[in-house]
Design a protein around this ligand. Structure first.
Ligand code: MRU
Length: 376
């Protein structure tokens, strides 16, 4: 169930055809579910249409899932990892190969396309790798599609549980009576449910701590204004929206006591790629003597990269900067750069919350321990 304040319209979309339902909700709102598996199809809550409309997309072939990731209909590192898991199951269902090696080769090709949909979040490649390993281990004559679907559902469920563990691990980082600032959207919508940085804020609030919450609008996609503000409203947590560029002033005024964001990829030394603007917030936090935290599952840690210099940063179309909702906001012909992420050097990061606890510097040691904890 998707939470539906009365008066809104639910739109189910399948291959461009939309069916509209008017909805009235009585009683408590249910948890936000951005990703579901329904009747053999992947159902995504289309995040480009929120908060005005709640539209779901039903997907039954993996290229549609790749397009949904690329076009930001589903976004946020853990959420696109979960989507990638289901996309691999959909790909397996469509393969008609004469032999097992042929099947695995075609599945590998699909995996490459899925992993390349967005390059920065490591969760995509991580999920594809995990699904390929399961396919390779399947027994002769076994229904590999069923096995892969089961694995995708496990990744999905695990992510929710991991987020709750992260919330519990990080909830005491936010000082009572203070103010916490977060960036982009890291809530249920960016994950399988509950959230990473937003999950920590939520866990702290649910544990009875009281503090002020600030969230940036997050130019140019406005994940903060559109999605984070909406999620805080659904949760009943009062939150104040600010322009990205207002953060420094609020810190200087003493309104903010700590910053917590998510991550798309964390290198072995703790350097962290996250939504563009995160680096600026981390530098401002240090200048103002405030702790700056990251919250991310261990699947976001990429121990194969020594530092953040090796993280590939996704460059998105210029038009996302020069236009807003299809209308130009800059003079015709102007050029723009639109990096989707930046890298915050580890020296600015006070702690990294994972499901294994709060990793502290030196990250070379603490992140390795966190990842080993996952592998058990
Ligand atoms: O471009 P997006 O919206 O996918 O970027 C999302 C972020 O940068 C999040 O902070 C990150 O994925 C962590 S989400 C739990």
């Amino acid at each position: 169930m998707i939470p539906m304040p009365s008066g809104l319209t639910l739109i189910l979309s399948h291959r461009g055809r939309e069916t509209r339902f008017t909805c009235e909700v009585r009683g408590a709102l249910t948890e936000i579910q951005p990703i579901q598996w329904v009747n053999g199809k992947l159902r995504l809550l289309d995040q480009t249409r929120l908060p005005q409309e709640q539209v779901t997309l039903d997907i039954d072939h993996y290229p549609e899932a790749v397009a949904a990731i690329r076009d930001m209909r589903v976004r946020g590192a853990p959420a696109i990892g979960v989507t990638a898991g289901y996309a691999m199951a959909l790909a397996a269902r469509d393969i008609h190969a004469a032999s097992r090696p042929q099947f695995l080769s075609q599945l590998r090709q699909a995996g490459e396309v899925i992993a390349a949909a967005r390059p920065t979040a490591v969760n995509l490649a991580w999920a594809v790798r995990r699904m390929l390993q399961v396919a390779q281990l399947a027994l002769e004559g076994e229904d590999i599609y069923a096995r892969l679907l089961g694995e995708a559902q496990r990744i999905h469920q695990e992510d929710i549980a991991i987020n709750r563990r992260m919330g519990a691990a990080g909830q005491d980082l936010i000082p009572d009576g203070g103010g916490v600032l977060t960036h982009c959207n890291t809530g249920a919508l960016a994950t399988a449910g509950y959230g990473t940085a937003l999950g920590v804020i939520r866990a702290s609030w649910e544990a009875g701590h009281r503090f002020r919450v600030f969230n940036t609008e997050t130019r140019p996609w406005l994940q903060g204004a559109r999605l984070t503000s909406w999620e805080f409203q659904q949760l009943g947590i009062p939150a104040t929206l600010l322009a990205d560029s207002a953060a420094g002033m609020l810190m200087r005024q003493g309104q903010i006591s700590c910053v917590i964001t998510g991550a798309d990829r964390i290198a072995a030394n703790g350097d962290t790629a996250n939504k563009i603007g995160t680096y600026a917030l981390a530098v401002l936090a240090k200048e103002n003597g405030l702790p700056f935290y990251i919250a991310a599952p261990t699947s976001t840690i990429d121990l194969s990269l020594a530092s953040g210099d090796a993280i590939q940063i996704e460059q998105r179309p210029e038009q996302e900067m020069t236009h807003f909702q299809g209308k130009p906001v800059a003079p015709a012909g102007v050029h723009a750069i639109n990096p989707a992420f930046d890298v915050t050097p580890h020296r600015y990061i006070s702690g990294i919350v994972t499901e294994a606890g709060v990793a502290r510097p030196p990250y070379l040691e603490s992140l390795k321990l966190a990842v080993e904890d996952r592998r058990g």
